[in-house]
Design a protein around this ligand. Structure first.
Ligand code: PEP
Ligand code: MN
Length: 369
């Protein structure tokens, strides 16, 4: 059984973080063992390796399957590391337990499916093994929480979640959009839950792993799961995002681990900034409310004069001007356009209500009914 001390690797700083590392897939016995030996040498205590690989399209490498489990057993015997793998079906659970795997994780595609999660929860009942639950592929916090609840009700007491980002259609810097607000909201609602970050699947590129790991540390995540391969370029899955054990050591050594609440001064500075933000947010809401009442007046005017609610030229003029103005204030046009799009949608909703109301005071025209 894992205990929290064993889970942590203590860096040269006071804080200890949970670090899980290992290849995306266990491909061969040699690749698995060589990677594990190097990781153990740099102080990693928990080894990960996918045995059954959920591939988006058929025909890609689907993992060593049960044949790879003895390799993990050897890693455990030789290095003393804890070993963990992904399970997606009850059969995976039985096989993994049979080979003495220490911890299991649910992948993003599994978390997205409550039927699958429930089946796994039923299969694990009675075995209190640590389980890590990755976020679902879609940015749905309730679905993620639902999976945690299902696994917890099976009697699992050592639960952690892994934030691995969310699928996105748009071309983006990262492979998976982090939507940091989701794991942070999860943390706010369940402060006791251990939250790890998976910078490999978030970034999708080895050059960005350091940056994403630092962001996770700055947001006070409890640790990282990093895909590490003895020869990343030759990896049979997720080659672009894997790093060598040496590179992992460099990344971990360069991480700045801040101490939440440690320095009162820092804490107070943060509190002061937070209250400034709170104040500004309420000013923003006040202003949005005022803006909406002007828009209501416009709705009344449009109704009186039989004009359409939506006026495309005006809309594109607003979008252009606002996004240009936003740029001068350091706001990306994408952000400004998103904000104004939703303000506009809310105005339209208000004006539609006004159009369909039968009777109403019309302040612009002196209270005509
Ligand atoms: C993995 O960890 O290799 C994996 C398949 O992850 P995810 O479920 O996050 O896609
Ligand atoms: Mn992977």
């Amino acid at each position: 059984m894992l205990n929290p001390d064993q889970l942590s690797i203590k860096g040269n700083r006071e804080n200890s973080k949970i670090i899980i590392a290992g290849p995306c897939s266990a491909e061969t016995e040699i690749q698995t063992l060589e990677t594990a030996r190097e990781l153990s040498r740099i102080g990693i205590k928990i080894f990960r390796a996918g045995i059954w690989k959920p591939r988006t399209r058929p025909g890609n490498y689907e993992g060593a399957k049960t044949a790879g489990l003895p390799w993990l057993k050897r890693v455990k015997e030789e290095t003393g590391m804890f070993v963990c793998t992904e399970v997606a079906t009850p059969m995976h659970i039985y096989e993994a337990l049979k080979y003495g795997i220490d911890a299991l994780w649910l992948g993003a595609r599994t978390t997205a499916n409550p039927f699958a999660v429930q089946e796994l929860a039923d299969a694990i009942k009675g075995v209190d093994i640590p389980i890590f639950i990755k976020n679902p592929i879609n940015p749905d916090l309730e679905l993620w929480i639902g999976a945690v609840e299902r696994i917890r009700s099976a009697g699992i007491t050592q639960l952690a979640v892994i934030h691995r980002g969310f699928s996105t259609y748009r071309k983006y810097k990262y492979r998976n959009d982090p939507h940091w607000q989701l794991p942070l909201e999860l943390k706010r609602r369940y402060p006791e839950l251990t939250i790890l970050s998976d910078p490999s699947h978030i970034s999708g590129r080895r050059s960005l792993i350091s940056e994403v790991s630092q962001q996770a540390m700055d947001l006070d995540f409890d640790g990282l799961m990093v895909e590490t391969h003895i020869n990343p370029d030759e990896a049979l899955s997720d080659a672009r995002q894997q790093v060598t054990p040496d590179r992992l050591r460099e990344i971990l050594e360069s991480l700045i681990i801040r101490k939440p609440g440690k320095s009162i001064e820092n804490h107070l500075t943060l509190e002061k900034l937070r209250s400034e933000i709170d104040q500004m947010d309420s000013e923003l809401l006040e202003l949005l409310g005022k803006r909406m009442s002007v828009s209501d007046k416009m709705g009344i005017y449009k109704k009186e004069n039989n004009l359409t609610i939506f006026q495309p030229q005006r809309y594109s003029k607003i979008m252009n001007e606002r996004s240009k103005e936003g740029l001068t204030k350091g706001l990306s046009s994408e952000f400004t356009e998103k904000i104004f799009k939703s303000i506009h949608e809310e105005s339209i909703r208000h004006q539609k209500n006004i159009m369909t109301e039968k009777t109403r005071d019309l302040p612009l025209t002196g209270g005509k009914k």
